[in-house]
Design a protein. Structure first.
Ligand SMILES: [Ca+2]
Ligand SMILES: [Ca+2]
Length: 312
């Protein structure tokens, strides 16, 4: 029953038909057997019907989840054909409001994962980017997480065995560092020093993407930009954000000009390669939330690299 191809063509109609069928069976049972005996049969029948409905709702949810994934890939591919920058005025950024569909509803939204700071950008291909590390330290501080944990993370990500503070990483941290990128924020705890509370504090500001990729200056929140680049006056930020509101930046140099201060183009960009699509799919007996992460590399088809479907 789990096959995605099994979605009935008309869920509402077939359900109504089955409900009528069930009522008819119950009526016949009551007449033929008398209420006392029929009651014993109703319980298992009700359980069977609930399972049937649930299976059908699950199939419909799977089908819709696939449709939502396909839709987001199509929107992102279309965007790549028509623009070289990414900003919140584009089609992909428009949320799909809760929409009634046959027997249920769907709502969804694509978000730009590079509107946050990508922790793996601290050491692209195992090579530490010290400007990105400085930005990480600023963001950690703003999030209330000790800045020296950004150094620990940098040592854990970079390929070498030399601790930033000097000496070997094994000696500095009491254990050999993994020397590879992280796949999700939860991994930070395994590096030592980080707590679950630190991860909760960092989560609004950072993410872990499967590859290097800097902060998109067109989509990052004002709060994140201020945290990443401290020491710039409110007036400068206000001017820069007002310009961005009217016309997204075509490159980082343009953004630097608007800000009146140099923004490092080794950490910031004006486009995005990693997106997440979140959808909520609801039927009578099934509520599913779907999260899909997609990678859009220049010149390549948009690819799903992570998929999570769960009961909401
Ligand atoms: Ca775009
Ligand atoms: Ca290392």
């Amino acid at each position: 029953m789990n096959s995605k191809q099994l979605r009935p063509p008309n869920i509402a109609a077939s359900r109504a038909k089955e409900s009528r069928g069930a009522a008819l069976i119950l009526a016949l049972l009551l007449t033929a057997l008398g209420a006392a005996v029929a009651a014993q049969l109703i319980q298992p029948l009700a359980g069977w019907l609930a399972r049937e409905y649930r299976a059908r709702d699950l199939n419909a949810a799977y089908t819709l989840a696939d449709a939502a994934a396909t839709w987001s890939l199509t929107v992102l591919a279309g965007d790549a054909r028509t623009s070289t920058i990414d900003h919140k005025g584009e089609l992909w950024a428009i949320a799909l409001p809760r929409t009634q569909i046959e027997g249920g509803s769907i709502q969804g939204q694509i978000t730009d994962l590079q509107s946050k700071f990508n922790l793996n950008h601290i050491a692209p291909n195992g090579l530490r980017n010290d400007v990105a590390l400085a930005v990480a330290r600023n963001i950690f501080t703003r999030a209330g997480v000790p800045a020296n944990l950004a150094d620990r993370l940098a040592d854990a990500l970079d390929a070498d065995e030399l601790a930033i503070a000097g000496g070997s990483e094994s000696l500095a941290y009491g254990a050999r560092m993994p020397n590879r990128k992280i796949e999700h924020l939860g991994e930070l705890v395994s590096l030592g020093g980080f707590t679950k509370a630190h991860i909760d504090q960092l989560a609004p500001w950072v993410d872990a993407l499967p590859d290097a990729g800097g902060i998109n200056i067109n989509t990052a929140s004002a709060d994140l930009l201020r945290a990443a680049l401290p020491g710039i006056s409110d007036a400068q930020w206000a001017k820069m954000l007002a310009i961005r509101e009217v016309k997204p930046f075509a490159n980082v140099a343009e953004a630097s000009l608007a800000l009146g201060s140099a923004i490092p183009d080794t950490v910031f960009s004006v486009n995005t390669q990693f997106f997440e699509m979140n959808a909520l799919i609801s039927f009578d007996l099934v509520n599913h939330s779907i999260a899909i992460r997609a990678m859009r590399k220049p010149g390549l088809p948009v690819q799903i690299y992570h998929r999570n479907l769960r009961n909401a």
